[in-house]
Design a protein around this ligand. Structure first.
Ligand code: IMO
Ligand code: MG
Length: 427
């Protein structure tokens, strides 16, 4: 079953360049539906309309012909949402009647940010080093079945009921934060006042809308956020986010059946980066790591934190590409490797004398492994902005062939810079 739809997922620790790839593939698409995460994402899109950094909004919003859905698997911070909308509208993007939110989408409350600040602060040095956007506490309240959803804003009485119940159930937990205002239900009701009307106008039943779209043969792009290693259940636990970032999150986050995903493009950076704490077997320390960070502009789009840099780990990506049924790879930021004499690729993890070329991803297992490298020749000619595959230097093509062989998936596209035109199709 292939509906001509397209799914875009990150196969590493996030920041693979999903924003650019989504923007590229929104041409000819009717709907972009984002299924998970919240304002922890940082998606940079550069096109002829300008440079945009998006957190909550699906990257399709930049294309005026596309409708965007925020699915029930997301957690949406009303403050951040309207700041972001103001920002892109100021840059000339009209979002009227184009942006919708599912009734079931949970909302990030000031309480969630308070809890996160408190709990991350308790374990300085051992924290996960989250983005502090309230993501974990919001998903926890969802799992606790006390969260407040976008649909709760549809009716004032229902909202007051939900808020009162929420505060009653959470009071003891919230009291330790030492901020009286977080215990006051009226204050929380008031928090929604500036956003209520606008969110009401965006409410839809995403599953039903997607079914109609599928019935009418419309083309849908399913947008992933975060990377596969940050998947709550399948990733580098506990150094993960609190949502499912791999393919399963698409189905549970939007209420659509397996099969509608169409082509699943796995986005892979030509090297690896990670923000936040946790094991990173192919991390490079010293000058080469520093060079990649500077050349690749590897500073968090959400928090500004310097990203940790390392070599590409094909052992990890073989596993994450398998888990999501990836049908093709998009290799990004190849140009950042220009000018290196040699390039290492981590093809396996070794632990207690055993080699893992399809390694377990849990934090405990991964923190005890050593990387196993193969070294390939680098290339001196620049690849930046090359959009014709044939024009890539021979060693760069060999690097790409090697990646395909190791990951066991075809590389279908290569991105060689942030501009939209810097995109080569490998036939
Ligand atoms: P995009 O969509 C990179 C990381 C955080 C932290 C961990 C948990 O841009 O790829 P959270 O705030 O989610 O509870 O933090 O997950 N993280 C990301 N790292 N890119 C992202 O999104 C990320 N979203 C979360 O740094 O280590
Ligand atoms: Mg990011």
């Amino acid at each position: 079953m292939n509906y001509g739809n397209i799914t875009i997922l990150g196969l590493q620790w996030g920041d693979e360049g999903k924003g650019k790839v989504v923007d590229y593939f929104t041409e000819g698409v009717d709907i972009v539906a984002r299924f998970g995460g919240g304002a922890n994402a940082g998606h940079t899109v550069v096109n002829d309309r300008g440079k945009f950094i998006l957190h909550l909004l699906p990257s399709g919003i930049i294309n005026p012909d596309v409708k965007c859905f925020m699915g029930g698997g997301m957690v949406v911070d009303p403050v951040g949402l309207f700041e972001e909308l103001d920002d892109i509208e100021a840059k000339g993007i009209n979002c009227d009647n184009r942006l919708y939110i599912d009734y079931n989408t949970h909302l990030v409350l000031p309480q969630h940010k308070g809890i996160e600040k408190y709990s991350e602060g308790l374990v300085k040095g051992k924290s996960i080093d989250t983005t502090m956007r309230g993501i974990g506490p919001t998903y926890a309240d969802k799992a606790n079945r006390i969260g407040i959803t976008a649909g709760d804003l549809a009716n004032d009485e229902r909202l007051a009921d939900k808020v009162n119940l929420y505060i009653r159930k959470k009071k003891a937990r919230l009291a330790v934060l030492g901020d009286e205002s977080l215990l006051d239900p009226n204050k929380l009701i008031g928090f929604f006042t500036p956003y209520k009307e606008q969110i009401r106008n965006m409410l839809i039943d995403v599953t039903s809308e997607l079914k109609s779209a599928i019935d009418q043969n419309m083309k849908i792009l399913f947008e992933g956020s975060q990377g596969s290693l940050l998947d709550l259940g399948l990733g580098n636990y506990p150094f993960v986010t609190s949502s499912n970032t791999t393919i399963g999150g698409l189905f549970t986050g939007l209420g659509v059946p397996p099969g509608v995903q169409g082509e699943v493009l796995g986005v892979v950076k030509a090297y690896t980066t990670r923000v936040g704490n946790g094991p990173f077997p192919s991390e490079i320390s010293g000058e080469t790591g520093e060079k990649l960070r500077e050349k690749g502009g590897e500073y968090g789009a959400t928090t500004g934190r310097p990203r940790r840099c390392g070599w590409l780990d094909t052992a990890i990506v073989k596993r994450t590409a398998f888990m999501s049924g990836v049908t093709g790879l998009v290799l990004t930021k190849l140009d950042v490797l220009d000018g290196l004499d040699e390039i290492d690729v981590c093809v396996g993890h070794s632990r207690d004398g055993k080699l893992y070329d399809f390694p377990p991803l849990s934090g405990d297992f991964m923190s005890g492994v050593e990387p196993v490298y193969e070294t390939l020749p680098g290339w001196q000619n620049p690849t930046a902005d090359i959009s014709d595959y044939k024009k890539l230097p021979e060693p760069a093509k060999r690097y790409i062939d090697f990646i395909e062989y190791q990951i066991e998936k075809p590389v279908k596209y290569i991105s060689t810079g942030s501009r939209r035109s810097a995109f080569a199709k490998k036939s």
